[in-house]
Write a protein that binds this ligand. Sequence first.
Ligand code: ATP
Ligand code: MG
Length: 311
Amino acid sequence: MSFTDGLLVLLGKDVSLDPQGLNARMHFFGSVPVDDGTPFPPPTPGLNEQSHPLNKAARHPCVVALVSVNGGVGRSTLAAALSSGLQRHGESVVAVDLDPQNALRLHFGVSPCAPGIGLTSLRHGHWENIQQPGFFGSRVLPFGETDMQQQEDLQRWLKNEPDWLAQHLSTMGLSARHTVIIDTPAGHNVYFHQALSVADVVLVVAQPDAASLGTLDQLNGLLAPHLERERPPHVHFLINQLDEGNAFSLDMVEAFKQRLGAKEPLEVHRDTSISEALAFGTDPLDSQALGLAADDINDLCRLLIARKKCL
Ligand SMILES: Nc1ncnc2c1ncn2[C@@H]1O[C@H](COP(=O)(O)OP(=O)(O)OP(=O)(O)O)[C@@H](O)[C@H]1O
Ligand SMILES: [Mg+2]
């Protein structure tokens, strides 16, 4: 039995598709608070004027959501790099941090004190007023600092208001020349479903390791309800931090390819310039030392722009 076959048996569908097993693993990602009857904030004035802002019949922005079940795989890093890359390719980019960790701001060098979408939403404010400058002319909406109570209030609200994100985006004057990049928290949570409800393209980010491979069935389960809608999003699997000098990394890519079948995964190479850009809050695509990862990001940008033309 080959190494890849061994991995596939080990991480095989039988275990992951078992609903019992799936439920048993959910504790790892935390749970959405139960509705205890506390009133939600009332609708923000102006937010309900357009019932579905990203109305598919109208000219609308392309929305790209970065998701994964496990953390630390590079969703925020890629959100920042893609924002810069797409802006360089002529798009008008707005990056939205939908993760209460509020880490996307670090990638853009935005102050921790910058107001964010969390508190602004709770205070019925409009998101267009809190945009921060991103890379190369792009813009970023940080999640902002929130305490535990505020995060619980938001989660409860969003669970009951599935159009929350769509309605907020509708107030921002976005058009077909815009691309919205959404960074989400890892795992099964209200932000994942809010992002998926407006996404035209979903990038499922994974690392070339067994932990990421083992999440594929769970991810398919989370994506399934969103793929049933009238115009479902295009889903691409993306292996990030690929190290071609590492045999194990290459074996894992083969294992992914076997599991995904016809859905060939996209790839972004591991590159120390990317980690350095995060450390300094600088644009990763400005780095002179950026090697293969720069080509990967540019390829990804071209693919997203091509997808946009088909919307
Ligand atoms: N292609 C890459 N090359 C080198 N380092 C990378 C690459 N992609 C991500 N990293 C590094 O991996 C680490 C995790 O990245 P990041 O914070 O973007 O992951 P995440 O999925 O957003 O994590 P979290 O679950 O905490 O939100 C960071 O130190 C980042 O610099
Ligand atoms: Mg992140």
